[in-house]
Design a binder for this molecule. Sequence first.
Ligand code: ADP
Length: 488
Amino acid sequence: MKILFCSSEAAPLIKTGGLADVAGSLPATLRELGKDCRLAIPAYPEAVERSRSLETVARLELPGSREAVQILQGLSGPHEVPVYLMDAPHYFQRPGNPYLSPLGISWPDNADRYALFCRAIVQLAMGRCGLDWRPDLVHTNDWQTGLVAPLMRDLPARPACVFTIHNLAYQGLFDRSTFNRLQLPRRLWGMDGLEFHGQLSFIKGGIAFADRVTTVSPTYAEEIKGPALGYGLEGLLRHRGDHFLGILNGIDYQVWDPANDPCIVQPYSADRFADKLPNKRALQREFELPEETSSMLFGYIGRLVDQKGVDLILQVIPGILDAGGQIVTLGSGDAELERALRKLNTSYHSRIGVSIGYDEGLSHRIEAGCDAFLMPSRFEPCGLNQMYSLRYGSVPIVRRTGGLADSVCDVGAESLSDGSATGFVFERADGEGLWHAIERALDFYHLPGGEWARLASTGMRQDFSWESSAAHYLEVYESALQAPLETP
Ligand code: ADP
């Protein structure tokens, strides 16, 4: 089976969030399973710099681009996944992140940029680029690739198309005039097309037109079929019936392995849990916190946005400090949240470490160094850090939502006795809800008899490797190939 995996970001070429991790590791796993999976992403400067063996393999004239789009082919990452970089310099050779200018504002021409990306994918998928490779199936991801399925839908002998929702909160909504400017086929305007309450919705294209639709955890799949998290698309998602399902993401154990992680000071494993301690001390030193072994050290890594419940963390910090704990955070995002964290850092310099920014190496050192990891997300399609935390024996404290609910088993009498407990789970998305979970964790941490180490090592032994999730994707691919949507 030949698969073209299309994404607006892919680790290690370019990353802003979980989508990049998935695009970096799922194609690699599919290749290990014997499938010819290749990546397609825009040719951002970092992606060009980090790809190996690049050569130009095609030139395309496409609507919406004043210059020819070149396709560069190369290899990506430690798994050497073949990658096609769609090179349109006036759209993708920019500083900042793929979606935002250095000032943190969405690029005003994002619709044009990703429409062009989608058009280039369609050409490649249809075998119109003069390459000797053509996919049987195109796997598209999130709104930036949402136009691929509708643009391909009526084409004869098209490949099958799967669309995965990594976060329904980002939909690629633009006004009607954008639809006209992009010169999209007129038949795509309307209720049964890309129109969403008078606007152009990229994500609706993927949801309505792909042969199969998936999202990144079973619980999130149920949640977005309801009004609270469905953003008005819940009806359409329900309408897709059993052509829409949730598959939990895996994690890349080659990149996230405490027994073999070049970013951390001391390797360790579930059987050598005591070796985690030097990593805690190193992290405390790095953030200039007292090197107290017995102080419980909490960590947070992630975007500083409302979704992640960072404001709830701000509410519980005084309680954590009163209880003798320490906390380190890494992330950037909302200016207000950045300011609030900086302020707390100044006030409680000796107990809190705040790093504003993006730092891969530090994220590994935090996972290895902290005792517990906070993820009080209001919603979380899958979430990866709780799985990294489990792997690194940093007990996750999470809200019961989306992929967090599907990957962390709450500490309770029953789960402790049957050995399934891996973390602390709470329901209410408020400071009090989070605080109760933290109190339970603090009590557990200070229990004698190695209870905490047992809990943490149970988490370390969980299997979140990509193999089983990739097998699920293969079932979805097979079903899309065997029974694609009929052309209307
Ligand atoms: P989301 O995709 O919603 O941002 P996920 O938990 O699915 O959240 O994935 C986030 C990924 O990005 C994780 O791999 C996480 O470690 C990483 N990450 C987020 N913020 C930072 C940061 N400031 N520095 C390093 N890595 C980060």
